[in-house]
Design a protein around this ligand. Structure first.
Ligand code: FAD
Length: 463
């Protein structure tokens, strides 16, 4: 058995966060017909925030949340738990797409994070939310200059940014692969995503939101001034609907072509010993991302493990999202190999969990918003929705209630990205783009003709 096989031998195929024995008992599926003023479809961060914000702003509304599987089944319960202040998949990406609005977007992102922090504190949600910022690291020569430019951009927008040379970044976190680092102490932080999901679900219930799990919405139809939702158990009549189905095939067919489920894979180690932590340094216990196209994200967990994810981004023909795809031996092996390459001092550490989940990608790497015939939506957070979901939920409510707000005036909200082409064209194009991204990583960051064409049209394939 080689080092990687041994390290992965006992890893359960389950999301670490939801596999700790404190998962709440699921709410009963809906038992027959029902009606509500507002029906929220999807029990992840977006759906939970939509239900909470709706009740806070209109306490008399009868709000019903319907979740196909269980609350936290999607990205929300399987994520890395990075909490980002960015609404635009990073500051540089937002400044590239919307230079005239980026300052406003930065402010809205910061306010969004402050509101999350305040709510978590007020409700006493124990989700280990720590606004410890993050560090980006360069592991290839061409990434060093990019990080230094990024530092400048953060400072222009009033955020602290410390560019670190190889010695500085390795003194903070000990990896022989680091060539430079960018410490961003104000750039969000980390959370235990499952405990945040469960805490929000309890808070929603305290506010009077009704909820059912095991209740997939199979269809939507306009009915008089409201909407009829088809569920296996019957029909639900709603005054309005918020769709928070993210990477999963949404019942509103017209928006399916905008969101591509790209599978992302994750490992979690056993708890490290005090000596092993000592060998790493990592005193702030912040989240870290590296800077390649095929990047890794990693973080300590509250109980002293390391969560390690990213790198391979896998698309399955037809946009499959079924749970059995959470196992991908080759992707998990690649992750394990890159983990030991980054931290050779952890040789012998074993992984206890491995899993995957569909990333909610759009061609713009930012969500799409809209409202059509009483059905509002905010979907497609492209792997950075743990915090942005709250902003998305509020925007969906603004649109549903036809309110003109600073959110609904944003180009990001008003304008749709290009849709993905339909199958059978989609699969080969996604594969070709993935290969081009890997090739650029191997070729000193040089983007070939295809990627330059996509850049000119502001099209990306993010995760
Ligand atoms: C492996 C992985 C790692 C990630 N890491 C991070 C990270 O570190 N930081 C970050 O910011 N983001 C991360 N993300 C992305 C983040 O998890 C999502 O952007 C975020 O959770 C979006 O929340 P959501 O509520 O919109 O979607 P989800 O959490 O996916 O919730 C959608 C819910 O809708 C339900 N649903 C779907 N269809 C129906 C239907 N027809 N009827 C009823 N219910 C339905 C699903 O079962 C699901 O529970 C990661 C994602 C993955 C997959």
């Amino acid at each position: 058995m080689d080092q990687l096989d041994a390290a992965l031998a006992d890893a359960e195929i389950a999301a670490y966060w939801t596999d700790r024995g404190d998962r709440p008992t699921p709410r009963e599926p809906l038992a027959g017909d029902d009606r509500a003023d507002l029906v929220v479809v999807g029990g992840g961060f977006t759906g939970l925030w939509a239900a909470i914000l709706a009740k806070q702003q209109r306490p008399d509304l009868d709000v019903l949340l319907l979740e196909a599987h269980w609350i936290g089944h999607g990205g929300s319960g399987r994520s890395g738990g990075f909490v980002s202040e960015s609404l635009t998949h990073g500051l540089a990406h937002g400044a590239w797409l919307w230079p005239a609005e980026i300052s406003r977007l930065v402010t809205l992102g910061r306010e969004n994070l402050q509101e999350i922090e305040k709510f978590v504190r007020q409700e006493g949600i124990e989700a280990d939310l720590r606004l410890c910022g993050k560090t980006s690291v360069a592991t290839a020569p061409h990434e060093v200059g990019e990080l230094s430019d990024e530092a400048e951009l953060y400072r222009e927008h009033g955020m602290a940014a410390r560019f670190l040379g190889a010695g500085g970044v390795r003194a903070d976190v000990a990896s022989p692969t680091y060539r430079a680092g960018l410490r961003l102490p104000d750039a969000g932080g980390l959370v235990d995503p499952a405990r945040l999901v469960w805490g929000l679900a309890e808070a929603a219930q305290r506010l009077g939101v009704r909820g059912h799990e095991g209740t997939p919405v199979r269809g939507l139809r306009r009915h008089g001034a409201g909407v009829r939702l088809k569920v296996p158990q019957g029909t639900v009549r709603a005054g309005g609907v918020v769709l928070a189905t993210n990477a999963f095939p949404t019942p509103l067919r017209s928006i399916r072509r905008y969101v591509l489920p790209i599978w992302d894979y994750v490992l979690v180690t056993e708890p490290l010993s005090a000596q092993q932590w000592e060998s790493l340094g990592w005193r702030d216990r912040q989240g870290i991302t590296d800077s390649a196209n095929r990047f890794h994200y990693y973080r300590p967990t509250p109980d002293g493990r390391i969560l390690w994810g990213g790198y391979d981004a896998v698309y399955y023909f037809g946009g499959r999202t079924d749970a059995r795809l959470a196992r991908h031996d080759a992707a998990h092996r690649n992750l394990a190999r890159n983990f030991f390459h980054t931290f050779p001092q952890l040789d012998g550490v074993r992984f206890t969990h491995r899993w995957g989940g569909p990333i909610d990608s759009t061609t713009r790497s930012t969500p799409i918003f809209g409202c059509t015939r009483g059905v509002a939506y905010a979907v497609g957070f492209t792997g950075l929705g743990v915090a942005a979901a709250r902003f998305g939920a509020q925007t969906a409510l603004d649109l549903l209630w036809q309110q003109d707000t600073e959110r609904t005036r944003l180009s990001m909200v008003r304008e749709k990205p290009l849709p993905f082409p339909p199958e059978p064209l989609r699969w080969p194009l996604v594969q070709f783009t993935r290969r081009s991204l890997a090739h650029a990583d191997a070729d000193g960051g040089r983007r070939g003709r295809w990627l330059r064409f996509l850049d000119r049209h502001r099209i990306g394939l993010g995760s």
